[in-house]
Design a protein around this ligand. Structure first.
Ligand SMILES: [Zn+2]
Ligand SMILES: [Zn+2]
Ligand SMILES: [Zn+2]
Length: 304
């Protein structure tokens, strides 16, 4: 068995937790303000934005919690650590957002048939304030979001909010100019579409990880060739590549070699691990060296 641990553990100290907490508290304060303003102005667009921002508070809170958990070290009960917590949070977030989007469509549909009067002054001014809050919280979360699906989904979410808030402001301006109140549910529907689009993409990515799919950028037939390029490797089977989280990939495989001493087989192992790490960014590599090949000689697992 070969086991590489270099650098895949999550022990770095940063202020991501603080940024997430600050973004959450700010957004929560703004939600209260926006609900009052939305009711006062009778604007579905503002109430939609408030509902949306409330899910942001939830998302930020869960992201913060997931970040704390995933920086906890692995232990005897959780030998993989807590990396998947972030994936579960992303799954929960995106599912909630899909449900909320359909709720908004339903409410907007009712308002299209008889558009109620909307106070466009409040819609414009509160929408502008929402824009600043969204931009600021998105900036807070953008730090460190590149390799963390949990943070990345939250960041995309907040970025989407910037555009949806712009839509609400634009609707407010046109309502102010023309008095076309149906623009309020129209803006809500567009915001809901954007929510749905974001949620759908994140849902797809989390399901890919939870189903242990091969990461999209990895070509398995090329990987087999890379295995066979290493001198002394006669064959490879029972090959598995999966993601524990967005940034942490795992590989396990059976490698067939001649009946050689373990010291020589270890050299081959090291070479394979180097190639796999360099070519595919996989640091956690478990290789089973065999000289005769086991019963299950198939390339991928086909056991019943
Ligand atoms: Zn390990
Ligand atoms: Zn949002
Ligand atoms: Zn085997």
């Amino acid at each position: 068995m070969s086991h590489s641990h270099a650098g895949h553990h999550h022990g770095k100290h940063d202020n991501t937790g603080f940024r997430l907490a600050l973004a959450g508290v700010l957004t929560l304060g703004f939600v209260c303000f926006e609900v009052v303003a939305g009711l006062y102005a009778n604007s579905l667009a503002l109430l939609t934005d408030a509902a949306h921002n409330l899910t942001d508070v939830l998302a930020l809170g869960l992201s913060w919690y997931a970040h704390r958990l995933s920086s906890r070290p692995a232990n005897a009960n959780k030998t993989f650590g807590y990396h998947r917590v972030g994936i579960l949070v992303a799954l929960l977030n995106s599912t909630t957002l899909v449900i909320i989007a359909f709720g908004i469509f339903h409410e907007a549909w009712g308002r299209f048939s008889a558009p109620p009067v909307v106070d466009s002054d409040v819609l414009i001014s509160v929408g502008s304030a929402a824009l600043f809050v969204n931009l600021f919280t998105a900036w807070l979360v953008s730090h460190g979001s590149k390799n963390d699906l949990n943070l990345h989904s939250t960041f995309l979410h907040l970025l989407g909010d910037v555009f949806s808030t712009l839509g609400a402001i634009a609707a407010g301006v046109v309502i102010w100019l023309t008095g076309k109140y149906w623009l309020d549910p129209a803006a809500s529907s567009l915001i809901a579409l954007l929510i749905l689009w974001n949620a759908w993409n994140i849902l797809g990515e989390t399901l890919t990880i939870l189903l242990e799919s091969t990461p999209a950028d990895i070509d398995m037939s090329k990987m087999v060739e890379d295995f066979l390029q290493v001198e002394g490797v006669l064959g490879v089977h029972d090959l598995h590549v999966w993601s524990l989280s967005r940034s942490l990939r795992m590989l396990s495989a059976h490698v067939q070699v001649l009946d050689i001493p373990i010291s020589q087989a270890s050299l081959i192992q090291t070479q394979i691990k180097d190639v796999i790490n360099k070519e595919y960014g996989i640091e956690h590599c478990t290789l089973q060296m065999e000289c005769e090949g086991c019963d299950n000689g198939r390339l991928y697992c086909e056991k019943v």
